[in-house]
Ligand binder design. Structure first.
Ligand code: KG4
Ligand code: ZN
Length: 347
């Protein structure tokens, strides 16, 4: 029998729905929320409201695209037929903004109840890691994954799809926050990570030197870097008020270079400590071109097999929730209707 799952992701500011059939993604539809740009960060209340507006059209679009991928016409009737064939509904349970998570969770529960199919609760960070299993080439177990997002920075040891262990994590800011907070200091709008990436492409990464924290083991810290950037900008703009605009590309390239070196030095340490040479990256920051290039080069140097998900599976998306749900379905790991979302969650 074929297994078809509809998955919903709504943990932060992207509303996404995906359909997976027998482990293959048929569709992955994502609606971004632009309403937050003017506020310099995600406003939780506005995020929940936008999820409410987006969730029905996003699920309809995912069903129509999936019908088309399965050889049917992309219309409402085909979407309805596909919905009737769904074997389970999956949703992101944690971590995330509670109001945002509630929208996806309640919708998933209602749909599961209406269709009389089981519900699957998925951990968002686990799903980021399993985004590496969506497309070929896929890593073999055991593998390591550097998971870098707006809220998390972790090194994860993956023994099987559902046996994942965090072996290193940030003690303060996440890598995405380091990008976004640096961008804010430079006067760039939210989310600043992609903009630092863009300006860094034409800059000199060795022009300005920012400190690398000395944190033992496999843990990370980014708060010292943020303070160093703040003082650096204060000193230089006091001497030259046009310092940022005249040197934007070099400043962005130098900040990006340091964030990437902090991340990859710990990946190198994790590979040496565990002896594992299959290494993936995941999460929104894995969309960063500097990180992608340096990670690939490092892999060639140390003879690792490296894996980076396609761009659309790096930032928040429901395909990764669907992939995780597929393995949970095979294990019979279902949630009941009392499953509540939580803002924070241990693995
Ligand atoms: O995984 P994600 O989409 O959402 C969370 O679960 O947090 O990650 C969002 C983070 C933001 O901090 C954003 O600035 C960062 O990923 N990001 C990037 C890039 N694209 C997204 N950071 C640096 N360079 C990029 N190209
Ligand atoms: Zn995420």
């Amino acid at each position: 029998m074929s297994i078809t799952i509809l998955a919903i992701e709504s943990s932060c500011d992207e509303t996404s729905a995906a359909i997976i059939r027998d482990g293959a993604i048929l569709s992955n539809f994502i609606a971004n929320q632009t309403v937050h740009e003017q506020y310099g960060g995600v406003v939780p209340e506005l995020a929940s409201r936008a999820h409410m507006q987006h969730i029905v059209p996003v699920i309809q679009a995912a069903l129509q695209k999936a019908a088309q991928a399965a050889g049917e016409p992309a219309n409402e009737a085909a979407a309805h037929t596909l919905l009737q064939s769904v074997n389970a509904i999956a949703f992101t349970q944690a971590p995330g903004l509670i109001g945002s998570l509630l929208v996806g969770a309640q919708f998933a529960k209602s749909l599961a109840l209406a269709l009389n199919v089981p519900l699957i609760a998925v951990h968002h960070m686990q799903a980021h890691v399993l985004a590496n299993l969506i497309e070929d080439p896929k890593p073999e177990f055991p593998f390591l994954c550097l998971t870098v997002s707006g809220g998390h920075t972790q090194i994860v040891l993956c023994e099987s799809p559902l046996s994942l262990k965090v072996i290193g994590e940030t003690m303060d800011d996440a890598a995405g926050e380091a990008f976004d907070k640096s961008a804010k200091l430079l006067g760039l709008p939210y989310p600043g990570g992609p903009l630092i990436d863009k300006y860094a492409r034409s800059g000199n990464p060795n022009r300005f030197k920012f400190p690398e924290p000395q944190i033992p083991g496999l843990n990370f810290s980014f708060s010292g870097l943020k303070t160093a950037i703040l003082y650096f900008l204060q000193e230089n703009t006091a001497a030259n008020p046009r310092f940022i605009e005249e040197n934007l590309a070099d400043i962005c390239a130098s900040i990006q270079h340091r964030i990437v070196s902090i991340l990859l030095n710990k990946v190198k340490a994790a590979a040496l400590t565990t002896g594992i040479d299959q290494i993936c990256i995941a999460g929104g920051v894995s969309a960063n071109s500097g990180l992608r290039n340096a990670f690939t080069e490092m892999g060639e140097k140390y003879k690792w097999k490296t894996f980076i998900p396609a761009f659309q599976y790096c930032t928040d998306n429901a395909a990764m929730i669907a992939m995780t749900a597929h393995y949970k379905y095979l294990e019979g790991d279902f949630a009941d209707l009392s499953a509540s979302p939580t803002a924070r969650a241990e693995w």
